[in-house]
Design a protein around this ligand. Structure first.
Ligand code: PEP
Length: 267
């Protein structure tokens, strides 16, 4: 009996991405990836990405070689080179074997003053270098309370992608991450996550048309864990997760990868 393939499985990839933030050592990265590799072999239903701190990148890339685990960075500079002490550029990440980069994470917006237009410059730089940007958008609690979430997110998406061509968009991923849910233990309900993701897709549609928009994976991030992942990942406009806390242990990260399996058509 054939089962109808869900929209998201047909047009776009499911992506489960971990964000270790400023945690774990190069040795931890090696052990983590070694443990995750057997699961990654089976988990053909999703792309697996680990966004590790810069220093862990060489060890992570070496250990993940030959597996389905792609290594990502958590940020990049908007310029390719120059007098920017302490910064890392997108071409440097590519040379180190990085495939993905998180851009505009709410912690960078909040703690490092990253604006929508800076995020846009970083997105353009990442794309030009050949990276796959994971562009984070999302509202603060105050914005949600003031009922401006959808407007804010629409604006963040449009500004972040200014100048991005339809061809380049195919390498882009959006992560909807409500700031109030990140690292707090509070999670958006599946309905809230899907509502905002659908609005993001509609915003993409106005710029890139229906075909361009339906190919973009939209992830949810914000205290996703083994208990809520199934419900969140079952939403039609949620194509995966960007996971902080629960991505730092193979057991919980592995269970979230398993939860993404439900979007695969069962024979
Ligand atoms: C994140 O850092 O992007 C994130 C979603 O963190 P957490 O899962 O810990 O809320």
């Amino acid at each position: 009996m054939s089962v109808a393939m869900p929209m998201n499985a047909k047009y776009r990839k499911t992506i489960i991405a971990g964000n270790w933030k400023m945690n774990l050592s190069p040795r931890d990265a090696r052990e983590f990836i070694r443990e995750l590799k057997p699961l990654a072999v089976q988990a053909k239903w999703c792309d697996i990405v680990l966004c590790v701190p810069y220093l862990q990148i060489p060890e992570a890339v070496r250990t993940a070689r030959g597996s389905r685990i792609a290594i990502g960075a958590q940020n990049c500079h908007q310029e390719t080179a120059g007098a920017y002490t302490g910064e890392i550029s997108a071409p440097m990440l590519v040379e180190a074997g990085v495939k993905y980069v998180i851009v505009g994470h709410s912690e960078r917006r909040r703690d490092f003053g990253e604006t929508d237009s800076l995020v846009n410059r970083k997105v353009l730089s990442a794309l030009k270098a050949g990276l796959r940007p994971i562009v984070c958008v999302g509202e603060t609690l105050e914005m949600r309370d003031n009922d401006i979430t959808l407007d804010v997110v629409r604006m963040q998406v449009k500004t972040a992608l200014r100048g991005v061509t339809r061809e380049e968009l195919r390498r882009g991923t959006i992560a909807y991450e409500p700031g109030w849910a990140i690292g707090t233990g509070y999670t958006a309900t599946a309905k809230q996550a899907n509502e905002v993701s659908a609005v993001i897709r509609a915003a993409l549609r106005t710029v890139y048309g229906a075909q361009g928009a339906r190919g973009v994976s939209i992830l949810y991030g914000g205290s996703m864990n083994t208990g809520n992942a199934r419900d969140l990942l079952a939403q039609p406009d949620v194509d995966g997760g960007l996971i902080g806390g629960a991505s730092m242990r193979t057991e919980s990260f592995g269970k979230i990868i398993e939860a993404a399996n439900q979007n695969v058509p069962q024979k």
